[in-house]
Design a protein around this ligand. Structure first.
Ligand code: MN
Length: 231
């Protein structure tokens, strides 16, 4: 059977150190997963985890030592940064047990869940979907994926973001409300996880706006940095 037009290329993220390309299937994201960020967004406590998605082709891959570029998106005047640990799934499954979840991880990366915050606020107020606020084009910058075989399982370590050299966000992976294993278990109860799925695990406190010309520098202990300019 022939396609009626050329299919789009497979979206992929480079593996650090020239280790090939990680093909992306879906991008899952966790909402409000650090207590201090939940508070700054007007919530508190350990509410059940909730999820949204970005299209796979929202990925903007940035190589080690380089500064990637994203365009300031249309329809917003309040583009926010959210620095996040990204988990790359290597083995799929449904109803994965928390105790088995780590064995489904292929690796990790530093990612940015870029957000049209004004459109998200409108959507929340009107009870509408978040797609236009969270799943727009180029909304998922990401650094190289580092294999868990090299990093070990990441359960703690600093996660931070600076804009133009000024500190904005700071947290620790150990302060995730729903840790990575619990998150994998919860997502796999709702969808069948597949090899190639990426999970943006939530952002620590300190989210804020960026403007054209700003450069964001995110970092996670053990995973290096992610540098992205807004043009
Ligand atoms: Mn987020």
């Amino acid at each position: 059977m022939s396609h009626v037009f050329t299919p789009p290329a497979v979206v992929s993220v480079p593996v650090a150190g020239g280790g090939g390309e990680f093909p992306v299937h879906r991008i899952y994201c966790v909402g409000r997963n650090y207590a201090e960020h939940a508070v700054e967004m007007g919530f508190s406590g350990r509410e059940p985890p909730f999820f949204f998605m970005k299209p796979a082709d929202a990925v903007v891959s940035v190589a080690d030592g380089e500064t990637g570029t994203i365009a300031y998106p249309s329809l917003t005047a309040d583009l926010h940064h959210e620095i996040e640990l990204v988990v790359a799934i290597g083995r799929g499954g449904s109803d994965i047990a928390v105790a088995d979840a780590a064995s489904h991880i292929w690796g990790y990366a530093v990612g940015l869940d870029m957000t049209r915050r004004d459109l998200q606020a409108q959507a929340k107020k009107q009870g509408r979907p978040w797609c236009i606020a969270k799943g727009y084009d180029q909304s998922a910058p990401i650094g190289p994926i580092r294999p868990i075989a090299q990093t070990g399982e990441l359960a703690s370590g600093e996660i931070s973001l600076a804009v133009n050299g000024q500190p904005r966000q700071r947290g620790d992976l150990k302060d995730l409300i729903w840790n990575v294993s619990e998150t994998i278990a919860a997502i796999s109860a709702a969808w069948k996880l597949q090899p190639g799925d990426l999970i943006y695990t939530g952002t620590p406190a300190g989210v804020g706006a960026v403007q054209r010309g700003d450069v964001m520098l995110g970092a996670i202990a053990g995973l290096g940095t992610l540098s992205v300019a807004v043009r």
